[in-house]
Every structure is written in C-alpha cells, then in structure tokens.
Design a binder for this molecule. Structure first.
Ligand code: CP
Length: 311
C-alpha cells in the first residue's frame, strides 16, 4: 500500500490494512538487519524531538534507540526539564521545537487529545507516545506484533485483557487494533474498573476471572493506574491481587499454551506473581524488544510520508 499518514495519533483512526502494513514493515526491519537495508539509514540527517511530559522507561528509550537505528538525531525533553514549568504552553513549546529544526515530535502527555491538538498547531509529524487514558498507539502495535509472532493470524483468536481497563490507554488502543484484525477481545477486572460500556467498542466484558481466563489464547495484564485515579476503586491491593492477580493458581483455568503479556511497568505481587512473570509463558521482554522495530517502522513511514518520499 501507499502509506500517506505523516502522524500517528490513534489506533482508532487506522484501518486494518494500515495496521498490518506497519506490522509488516516492522517484521521486515526486525528480520532484515544489515548495512545494505535502506530502511536502517532512511532518517539520516533528520532531527526528532522526544517530548515526554510523563515518566517513561520503555517507550522513551525504545523511541531513542529506534531513531538512532534509522540514522536520525533524537533529543529527549522531559516535563521537569522544560520551560513548561515556567508557564509556557504546550503549543508554544511545540512551535519552538519546530523552529529549532524538528522533523518530527514524539509526545507523551497526561492530557487526552494533546497529540491531535499539536498536529493542528505544527506542520511536522506528531507521534503519540501515550495521551492520558486515551490511546498508546505504539504500545498496541508492538503488543499486536508480538501476538502475531506468537499466534499467527489473529482472526478469531481470543485475547483477554485483565486489570484496570477504565484508566488504561493501552487497553483502548489494543481493543481498537485487535478487533480491527478480527480477534475476539475480553476485558476483565473489577466492575468499578471495567464498565459494561466497553461492549459498545466490540469487547466482551466479564468480572469473573475464571471466565476471563478460560479459552484465552493470550492474557494481557494491566497494572492499576494509580496516577489517574482520584478515588479508590477496590478495597485494597491485596484483595485485588487475591481475586484478579494472575498467579500459579490461575494456571488451572488457562489453556496449556496460553501466553502472558504485560505492557509494563509490572507491579509484581499485584496484577501478576513473579512465578508467572518470569515463566516461559511470559513474552513481556519480547514485547519490549519488539518495540524498537515497531517504532522504527512508525517513524520511517510517517517521516518519509511527510518528506514526500515513495516507500
Ligand atoms: N509501556 C509503557 O508505556 O512503559 P513506559 O511507561 O515505561 O514507557
């Protein structure tokens, strides 16, 4: 296909064909490393700004490694180290970064919709690295890439996402992406964190952990997003862990070959016990590694499309 988008703002706006195209590009990058591969130097001379207004380990570093692997320069600005702390607006920050020669801006922000807002304010590509509880497109793409590697074609595969769905941008982006590719998604957790309204987005909703785990080909755990919650949504962390935490007891409900994913950061002993997080079923660190090829594909496609290069 002819990739036309200069920005990656949401998974909701992508077609199944576009999602598959990014994953295919990432597959090519992952499995065809080497100097003769033109993708690996496609962003030579480009300047990318990594604007991270919320903490991050995996996403920030993976974008940095991915940009350098494409030959680009990348500069990371964090919230505390920026002039946003002196009252500058996000719009002014982005316009100044563009004036400093940015060829693309990667943004993580607590405010849902901030990447869309910036995409109207500046001309350069904007890549959403997580906006509040709205979307985390690059995370969902690396999750889906990993699922596709492990399970093959995702049509009719049963994927359970278990945990704090309400405050999770990862859950929303994965739900959009997985359902577009034909997977059957179950969202599970306490009633306060998994409202029935998610059924309108094409998911099955259950509050029964056994029902959530039975028949699943893959189980994705999510941590409790305390930073987005102003009230307690369950009595205590230990009660949450007892009912919804994935532990060795959960294995009796799971298929023998079901795999375990987690976007990180893990809260060991809450949503997942170490015995499973460190087991051969877990593909958690493979997700992290795959994040580099997926983010290389995203930046290569969007920045090349903006520059008018044929892909
Ligand atoms: N999964 C994820 O977004 O992790 P970080 O917050 O460390 O980037």
């Amino acid at each position: 296909m002819d990739w036309k988008r200069k920005s990656l703002l949401t998974i909701e706006e992508l077609s199944a064909e576009e999602i598959s195209f990014i994953l295919d590009q990432a597959d090519l990058i992952k499995n065809k490393t080497g100097q003769q591969d033109p993708i690996h130097s496609s962003l030579q001379g480009k300047r990318i700004i990594n604007l991270f207004m919320e903490p991050s380990t995996r996403t920030r570093v993976a974008f940095e490694v991915a940009a350098k692997s494409l030959g680009a320069d990348i500069i990371t600005i964090t919230g505390e180290a920026s002039s946003l702390t002196k009252g500058e607006t996000l719009k002014d920050t982005a316009m100044n970064v563009q004036a400093l020669g940015a060829d693309a801006i990667i943004i993580r922000h607590s405010s849902p919709g901030s990447p869309q807002f910036l995409s109207k304010m500046v001309d350069v590509p904007i890549i959403n690295a997580g906006d509040g509880a709205h979307e985390h497109p690059s995370q969902a793409l690396l999750d889906i890439f990993t699922l596709r590697e492990k399970l093959g074609d995702l049509k009719n595969k049963k994927i359970t996402i278990l945990g704090d769905i309400l405050f999770s941008r990862v859950a929303r982006s994965n739900l959009w992406g997985l359902t577009k590719l034909g997977a059957k998604v179950t969202l599970a957790g306490p009633t306060t964190l998994v409202p029935k309204e998610f059924e309108q987005m094409g998911a099955r909703v259950t509050h029964d952990p056994q029902n959530a785990l039975e028949n699943a080909d893959a189980v994705m755990l999510l941590r409790i997003q305390h930073e987005r919650q102003s009230a307690s949504h369950f009595p205590s962390l230990s009660e949450y862990a007892n009912i919804f935490g994935l532990g060795s007891d959960s294995l009796e409900w799971m298929k023998d070959n079901a795999i375990i994913l987690h976007p990180g950061p893990l809260n060991r002993g809450v949503e997942i016990e170490s015995v499973l997080a460190d087991s051969s079923r877990a593909v958690i660190l493979e997700q992290v590694s795959n994040g580099i090829a997926v983010r290389m594909a995203i930046m290569h496609l969007c920045i090349s499309a903006h520059a008018g290069k044929r892909l």
